[in-house]
Design a protein around this ligand. Structure first.
Ligand SMILES: Nc1ncnc2c1ncn2[C@@H]1O[C@H](COP(=O)(O)OP(=O)(O)OP(=O)(O)O)[C@@H](O)[C@H]1O
Length: 124
């Protein structure tokens, strides 16, 4: 049982190290983190109803998850194919496409959830 728990703790530590390394090495990841902090601060300031928060968290999680997977794919492709190769390009471009889809989803959620209270605040 304790061996199982220790395995779980190791897996958790590795996952945190993965996120920390992505934050250190990827400018986009730091941008997503700043954007998430801004969204949370805005939602608190605008007193967004509790029922809307899951949409914001889903959007943030979608962007972070896609960026982490994109980073993993970039590293794997660089390791497997340091030379230019059409398949390496396909893999990296598809991974970047996943980040774009998640970012568009997050932007739409941000407009839908934060737009109306922001509009009300600015234009009465
Ligand atoms: N080994 C390769 N073979 C062919 N094309 C590649 C290869 N590596 C990168 N590319 C092309 O260059 C683009 C940029 O790749 P790169 O690894 O610099 O990622 P990036 O988009 O700059 O991401 P980031 O800024 O997050 O590191 C890829 O999307 C792909 O089109």
């Amino acid at each position: 049982m304790s061996g199982g728990r220790s395995h779980w703790v190791h897996s958790f530590r590795h996952a945190i190290q993965g996120i920390a390394e992505a934050l250190r090495s990827e400018r986009h990841m730091r941008f997503h983190m700043a954007a998430a902090a801004l969204v949370v601060a805005l939602a608190l300031a605008l007193k967004v109803p509790l029922t809307q928060w899951p949409w914001l968290f889903a959007a943030i999680a979608a962007v972070w998850t896609s960026e982490l997977i994109n980073t993993a794919i970039e590293r794997t492709v660089d390791l497997a194919s340091p030379q230019t190769h059409p398949l390496a390009k396909t893999a990296k471009d598809a991974a970047a496409g996943a980040v774009l889809v998640a970012s568009l989803f997050a932007a739409a959620i941000g407009c839908i959830v934060l737009g109306p209270p922001l509009w009300k605040l600015c234009f009465g």
